[in-house]
Design a protein around this ligand. Structure first.
Ligand code: AMP
Ligand code: ZN
Length: 403
């Protein structure tokens, strides 16, 4: 292949069919995973072509080929499934949605953005995050008699592999690396950093990746603990999980973090038990939305799978209606309204029961389902819908977070 090193860095790529806005959005978001030489891919207004914006010095032939293969698999996605809405709450606050919440929280000293998809928070942000977590925990205790738990933030690759994560979301995984157990390599690393201005990383060949990962989905670490259990009906567990997803250049304030917290509920047992548990989640979301006084919907949804498997997996998920999402309106950086996925309600069939060997009394692998609430997204959505003035917040929340 000829190498074209050039500064002329845009290419128009025709799409093999006219797409819709949903696929266009997915293409633009997932385009960060096509090549480090690509700045971004933008779909044209007529939805018939895409504009590839390459980085300076990119090998255009190579990136165009990669982008074409990416676009070819993305346009195969089937959309147009009827979106069913199960919950639709309306807030009482009549004030406008607040624009620029992320900046506003930083300005008030309630949040620190480290700039790499991690945030620190205190004051009303911390109190609100704690209240969201606490409220969900209380409701889960009451409705499910859920057992509290705690799980590690790291997870080993074999568990993630068993969970099917590498097949679905290989782009989002984070592997941990250590300096190899070598006296000279460790000393070289130490010496390099002892007087350097910034951090100097070990040479790649001195980093050892042994398969420890950062956990990318709250419920995964729960399944290995269930091995060998048998369920007559079922059991539920709840905890606050720390979750990590490598979102590359898509990171943005509280909307899209690398590291975030999820209030998780997992239910395990017979098909009937798990279906009942899923149904019970709907009034709980409604109660949460009413308590925090927010506009909120629960509707059928699909996951953002990696491009090559996206069409097939999304189709399966949509057809089976195994994923519902809690969507809360918020404002994008440009002030446009967007539906923020603030939680999901999922059915997994017997996938985890089979792989992690836990059963129903009849010897069949047990079924599972989960509900995950993205704490930071609830915080963002609530501040968007009530702003920074305490008087607009519902009294019970105001008394807790602004006191
Ligand atoms: P999922 O398991 O993909 O349905 O994710 C559970 C919830 O985690 C989502 O509904 C979001 O609220 C939240 N979430 C997912 N990715 C991120 C992210 N990058 N930053 C902040 N919250 C997220
Ligand atoms: Zn889950």
């Amino acid at each position: 292949m000829n190498k074209h090193v050039t500064n002329f860095n845009e290419i128009i790529l025709p799409l093999t069919r006219e797409i819709d806005f949903e696929i266009a959005g997915d293409i633009e978001k997932e385009s960060v995973f096509v090549s480090p030489q690509i700045d971004r891919i933008v779909v044209s207004e007529d939805l018939k072509s895409a504009r590839l914006i390459a980085r300076e010095g990119a090998n255009l032939e190579e990136v165009a080929d990669k982008a074409r293969r990416f676009l070819d698999v993305m346009v195969k996605q089937v959309t147009g499934f009827e979106i069913k809405v199960f919950v639709d709450t309306k807030r009482k606050d009549t004030g406008p949605y607040q624009i620029g919440v992320n900046d506003g929280l930083v300005e008030r000293g309630w949040m620190h953005d480290y700039g790499k998809g991690q945030v620190a928070y205190s004051g009303p942000v911390l109190k609100l995050a704690q209240l969201i977590n606490e409220k969900a925990g209380e409701l889960y205790k009451k409705a499910y008699n859920a057992t509290d738990g705690h799980f590690p933030a790291m997870i080993d690759a074999d568990t993630l592999h068993k969970c099917g994560y590498f097949d679905s979301h290989p782009n989002a995984v984070t592997f941990l690396g250590n300096v190899i157990e070598d006296f000279d390599a460790i000393e070289e690393f130490r010496r390099a950093n002892s007087c350097s201005e910034g951090a100097l990383l070990p040479q790649p060949e001195h980093i050892h990746i042994d398969g420890m990962c950062l956990n990318p989905a709250a419920c995964f670490p729960c399944y290995p603990t269930l091995k060998g259990k048998t369920y007559l009906t079922g059991e539920s567990f709840t905890w606050m999980g720390r979750v990590f997803r490598y979102e590359s250049r898509n990171i943005n304030g509280l909307d899209r973090l690398y590291e975030f917290n999820v209030r998780e509920l997992v239910f395990v047992g017979t098909e009937e038990y798990v279906r009942e548990c899923r149904a019970k989640a709907l009034p709980i979301v409604e109660e949460m939305a009413t308590f925090f006084d927010i506009d909120c919907q629960v509707q059928t949804a699909t996951d953002p799978f990696f491009a090559t498997v996206s069409a097939a997996k999304k189709f399966w998920q949509a057809a089976q209606e195994v994923k519902n999402e809690i969507k809360i309106p918020a404002l994008g950086n440009d002030g446009s309204t967007k539906m923020l996925a603030c939680g999901s309600i999922n059915l997994h069939g017997n996938f985890f029961g089979k792989r992690f060997e836990f059963y129903c009394a009849n010897g069949e692998p047990a079924q599972t389902g989960c509900v995950g609430l993205g704490i930071e997204r609830w915080v963002l959505a609530a501040f968007t819908q009530h702003g920074f003035e305490p008087h607009r917040w519902p009294e019970a929340v105001r008394n807790r977070i602004f006191s």
